[in-house]
Every structure is written in C-alpha cells, then in structure tokens.
Design a protein around this ligand. Structure first.
Ligand code: WTA
Length: 655
C-alpha cells in the first residue's frame, strides 16, 4: 500500500469542469448547501420526486441502530415509478432499452412496451402463486427480459435475487436455498464470446442434483426465456417457456402500493467468510438514492441522452444503474448482451457509435484492457457523442484515467470516479460533473446528503494528508437494511468495529489529500477485487480444500496490471493423493475445479503447489507474506511466523 500512496502523492493534475458542460449540468453547487442546511429535508425533497401512493410524513427513523427506516409511513410501487409514471406523463414512445445482442441482433423497447411486458409477467407470476414477500431467483443473460423480470417481481411486492449468469450451479443453489426462492427465471442460454453459453442446465443441476440430506425444495416453477436456441432438458409441470405464458397473460395490471420499507431485493456478495452474504435492500430509500445519483452524477437529461452502463444485472451496478436508476429517471439506455471483444476488439466503440451513446459508465479493468490493445481500435470509431464518462468498481489509476480522458473522452468529457458498494446501494463518493474540479485517481468528495470520514483504528478522524479506514458516519437512504436471515452478522460485519461512534465500516482503506479529497486504496479485509468483482479469499480456499487432492490452501489477491487484482492460490497437496496420482496438470485441474464450484471469475490466475504455508504461532495464515511472493517482491517481516524458515522454502518452490 505504501508504494501506491507514494505514487498517488505525486499526482496533481486538475481538470476544471468544461464551461459548456457546466452550463447545462443537472448538478449544481446549491445541492451541497441544501444538504448541509438540513440533511433529512434534503433527502425528503429527493424522495418526493418519486410518485408516492401514500405520501410519507417521517423521513428517517434511526431509533434502533443499525436498523434504519426511511420514509417509513409512505407507500409506493417501485415498478410504477420506473414505468407507468412515464407512460402516463406522455413519454410512452420514448425508448427505454436499446438492446444489442452479442451476434449483432437488436431490439428497441419503448417505455409503453416495457410497461406492457412487465404487467404481463406480473400476471404470470401471480398466476404461479408468487405473492408479496416471496423470493424469485433471476439467472438470465443481459436481455430485455431480465429487466422485465426484475420489475415484474418488484411490481407485485415480491423480492428478487439476481444471480450473475457466470456463477456455477453450486453457487446458484446456495443462493436459491438461502433465500428460499419459489420461482427461478432463467434462459436456455445467452451469447458470450461468440457462442451460446447455456444457463438452464445449471438451474437443472442446482435443483435436481441434490443429495437426500439437502434442504427442503422451495422452487415450484422455472420460467425459461428462449434466447440461445440451445437444447434444454425439460421437467414437465415445473418448467414453463416465457414465450408460451407471457404473451398469453393479460396486460392489465394495476400497481399496488407497498410500504417504503418493503424489501425489494437480495443481492449476494462476497464477504470475509466462505459464505456469501445476502445483502437486503428495500424500496423507497433505495429508489430515491439510485434515481438521484443517476440523475446528478450521470447528468441524465432523459429526452436527449443515451446512457450506457456496461455492468451486468448480476451485480449491484446493474441493479442501480441499469435497472432502477435510469428507468426511474425515464432515461434511454443501451443494454448489451456480450463481451467487449466479440466478434472484434472494437465492439464497444462500435456500439457507442451506432447508438450515439452520450454517457458511458464502466470499470477501470475494462479501460485497462482497452489500453493494452491500444488506441488504434477506438480511434476507428466516432466517439464524439460521448460527453460524460464514469468509473466504478475499483480504484482507477491515474494512467487509466488519463487514457480514458484522452482517447475515449476526446479530452473534453468529464470523468466521474464513483465509489460505493453492494451494501451502500448507490453512489456515495464522487465528483459532481459540471461542478467539481476533477483529479485523476481520486474519487474525491461525498455526495450531497452523504456523511463519510477517514478514521484510524479508534475511529478518530485522521486529518488531511493521512490514510485510514473509510466510514460512513450517518445513515443514508439506500443503505442495506441487513443480511438476509442473519441480523447478527450484519451487526458484526459493519457496525461492531465502530460501535461507540455508530459508524458504518466499509472495509476500504482510504487517504485524505491536502484538500481533504478521498483516494481509495483497496480493501483492508480478505475480500479481493478482480476486474471490479468481489471475491472472498476464504470462499476460494474452501472450494480448493473441497477437492480430494488438497490438504490446505491459502488464497491472496495479487496486484495485476489489467484486472486490478488476480487470484493466486498456494496449495498443499495430500500425501495420500500424491502416492497415487501424478502431480502434472494438477494446477490446471484445480483452476477448473474452482470455476465449477464458484464460477469462472473465481478461477485462480496462478496456483502454486507448496510444501508448507506461513503461519503465526496461533495458526493464522500470514497472507501478507504470500502476497509478497505472488507479486514477486522481497518477502516482508517474518518474525511472527512459527517457523521463520518457511518463506524461503516457499519462495524456492514457487520459482
Ligand atoms: C471497491 C461495486 C475504489 C471498494 C459498486 C468497495 C472502489 C467494493 C470503487 C465494492 C471506486 C468500488 N474506487 N474502489 N470508485 N468502487 N470500489 O460491492 O473496495 O461489487 O468496497 O460494489 O469495490 O464492490 P461491490
């Protein structure tokens, strides 16, 4: 971390908001003043921009921390706010989704069409017995039906749990069981990297492949969208084709009001233990902050902008800035099914040109991989429509920021580096475009209405020029309301560390520069960030020791030029296994094994087979030392190791 801090200290380029941008920007400096004058009134004002069936009179109830309630006596319907409201205002013909399939097929879906589809899906779900509070798992590619499914679930007051299509059958099963899902909505398959990547078989495996001791089956039906055209197995009575039931269903459905604190979704994310946490979000506060941040940080002008957030709906960024934020604002957005380099490395820039994308929101990993292949590729396309760029998911290094600025943004588009988490629900720290002077590499300032700090281990403010831990000091509307089924873990993970002060502990290291701007330095816990995706070291370790060959495993996140961090595993192989099997190829077998257990994103970049692992006298693995090895550095202080010689043995084995 020290070298990173030193490097960042030398970064002092500044970019003033371009005058032309500022003249028409949605955000104004007055927002900061308004929030500073009365934070709760500020959020109440933002919330009232939504449609409330029953207006709220209370703003924040923080009487039983850390369990917040926002706008609790108000009632609204999230889907009505994202759909019907725009149609009723006369914007039904506005395009909601400009969908582009990976092979080049495309669809335009207007707000009126999407509303109609969502009403039908809502009726299908009701017909299948889904009611208020029931859980629906969604395991779909990036197709318009994915958005329709989420909104239909929200419309009837049920709770969705979207599982990223890249997760394995095992990961899907864990999530289905933890939430007790009644329905799974999936597709036969979707296009990835030039071919159909099947999804339905993973659902079948998750549901059928149970041992007798498994949990009670909760899934009654599987609703299947045809996208890939691949053959799928069929369970009569359980499985239904979307194209059989949705067009047949009635398009009449009146959105009912639900309390502001009605659960909206569960989204699983990696924590410091092996078991993913089901982060719970509710309705009114979440939608308020998702819509507001999308509007001011992404500078949405609904009738003229073409917004494109490249995240998959399986992540929080896809929830807040593909599904809910842009639709609540009545924006037009691009939805792209596939990978950035299929069928050619300029695919994204071709899409920007084709649709005249004005606002692009993506992750530093993507920017770094484009940097690697060179400016020639984007230069072949007309990117002049782009007027604002955003970054999310991991720290953006100044070099990548500058490349994004020059090559993609034509030196004029402001860049907003947005810090937030699955848990925060929406953007928390970011420049406001048109208002803030930007600094390459710094996420900068809390949004109006958001209270953060950088503190030391005791919870004391560190002061400008110092590093520490990022905390959120006051409740915010889109904050997580808990961990599904585990209130204790919710308290322990986020609130116990600064219980005295009542601060939310984010798990990120951060530094304040001389202006008090925030520079994020990465996680301080056992969570890795690979290509902007959160992975838990412990989860991958338990997958590895689940393999018959492995006695012990330690996983670290090593810095990687393209992906930010990469998974590096050190494993000790069982003597009994070695006695009967050759060791050749075992590393690769284990990589694939992890892919099957969790999903391809979790596959280690490197697997080192070693004789021992560095442990303290109390038996704790010192990952810091393994990280030194994985990053090819001189190994740090080993004095607390039980056996100080072990690191030279490991270093030799790794070479
Ligand atoms: C990291 C993604 C630096 C951080 C929205 C956080 C960032 C974790 C940034 C959350 C950023 C996200 N600068 N780090 N702009 N944005 N992070 O839950 O470590 O997938 O804790 O949410 O990503 O990841 P998650």
């Amino acid at each position: 971390m020290t070298s990173q801090i030193d490097h960042l200290l030398t970064e002092n380029r500044r970019f003033a908001p371009p005058a032309a941008f500022a003249a028409d920007a949605v955000a104004t400096a007055a927002l900061y003043e308004e929030a500073a004058a009365d934070r709760e009134a500020f959020w109440a004002h933002r919330a009232r921009e939504l449609h409330w069936h029953t207006p709220f009179t209370e703003v924040l109830d923080w009487s039983t921390p850390p369990f917040a309630k926002w706008f609790a006596d108000g009632e609204l319907n999230v889907a009505y706010n994202c759909l019907d409201r725009h149609v009723e205002a006369g914007d039904g013909d506005r395009v909601a989704l400009l969908w582009e399939g990976e092979p080049g097929d495309s669809r335009r879906v207007t707000y009126a069409e999407l509303t109609d589809e969502v009403k039908r899906v809502a009726n299908v779900l009701i017909g299948l017995g889904v009611g208020h509070g029931d859980r629906v798992a969604i395991y779909l590619p990036m197709i318009p039906e994915a958005i329709a499914a989420m909104l239909a679930v929200a419309r009837i007051g049920a709770i969705h749990s979207v599982v990223f299509g890249g997760f394995s059958a095992d990961s899907l099963r864990t999530r289905i069981d933890d939430a007790g899902a009644k329905i799974v909505i999936t597709a036969d398959g979707g296009y990835r990297k030039g071919k159909v990547s099947p999804l339905k078989p993973a659902v079948d495996l998750a549901l059928d492949g149970r041992s007798g001791a498994g949990p009670q089956e909760t899934v009654e039906h599987v609703l299947v969208v045809r996208r890939g055209g691949n053959d799928v197995a069929w369970t009569e009575g359980r499985d239904l084709w979307w194209h059989d039931v949705v067009p047949e269903a009635s398009a009449e459905h009146e959105a009912q009001p639900f309390p502001a604190e009605n659960p909206l979704f569960i989204l699983y994310t990696s924590g410091t233990t092996g078991k993913p946490k089901g982060i719970l979000h509710t309705s009114g506060g979440y939608l308020t902050q998702a819509a507001f941040t999308n509007k001011v940080v992404h500078d949405i002008h609904p009738s003229t902008d073409i917004f494109w957030c490249t995240a998959d709906i399986g992540w929080i960024t896809g929830h807040s800035y593909v599904a809910y934020g842009p639709l609540a604002n009545g924006a037009t957005q691009v939805l792209y099914e596939g990978t950035p380099d299929t069928p050619h490395p300029g695919r994204w820039w071709e899409i920007v040109e084709k649709y005249g994308v004005t606002i692009l929101y993506t992750a530093p990993t993507a920017i770094r991989s484009f940097m690697k292949i060179g400016r020639k590729i984007p230069r072949k396309f007309d990117l002049s429509s782009l007027r604002l760029l955003g970054s999310v998911g991991e720290p953006i290094n100044p070099e990548a920021w500058m490349w994004y600025h020059k090559i993609i943004g034509g030196k004029t588009a402001p860049i907003v580096d947005t810090w937030w988490q699955t848990e925060t629900g929406a953007i928390m720290v970011s420049a406001l475009p048109g208002v803030t002077e930007t600094k390459p590499g710094s996420a900068q300032v809390p949004l109006p209405g958001i209270a953060i700090d950088v503190v030391d281990e005791d919870g004391t403010h560190v002061g400008n020029g110092n590093g520490g831990l990022l905390v959120v000091t006051k409740p915010w509307p889109s904050m997580l309301r808990g961990i599904w089924g585990d209130p204790e873990r919710f308290k322990e993970t986020y609130w116990d560390k600064f219980e005295k002060q009542g601060y939310y502990f984010a798990g990120d290291g951060a530094r304040l520069d001389d202006d008090g701007d925030v520079w994020f330095l990465g996680r301080v816990d056992d969570v890795m960030n690979v290509s902007g995706h959160r992975l838990s070291t412990t989860e991958i370790e338990s997958a590895l020791v689940g393999n018959e060959a492995v006695a012990e495993a330690a996983v670290v996140g090593a810095s990687d030029e393209t992906t930010g961090q990469a998974v590096v595993a050190f494993v000790i192989v069982k003597e009994s296994y070695l006695a009967e099997h050759p060791i050749d190829g075992l590393g690769n077998t284990l990589r694939l094994w992890v892919g099957e257990q969790i999903g391809p994103i979790a596959r280690p970049r490197d697997i080192y087979i070693v004789g021992e692992l560095p442990k303290t006298r109390s038996g704790k693995i010192m990952r810091r030392l393994l990280r030194d090895v994985a990053e090819g550095r001189e190994v740090g202080d080993t004095t607390t190791l039980a056996d100080t010689a072990v690191m030279s043995v490991i270093s030799a084995q790794v070479k």
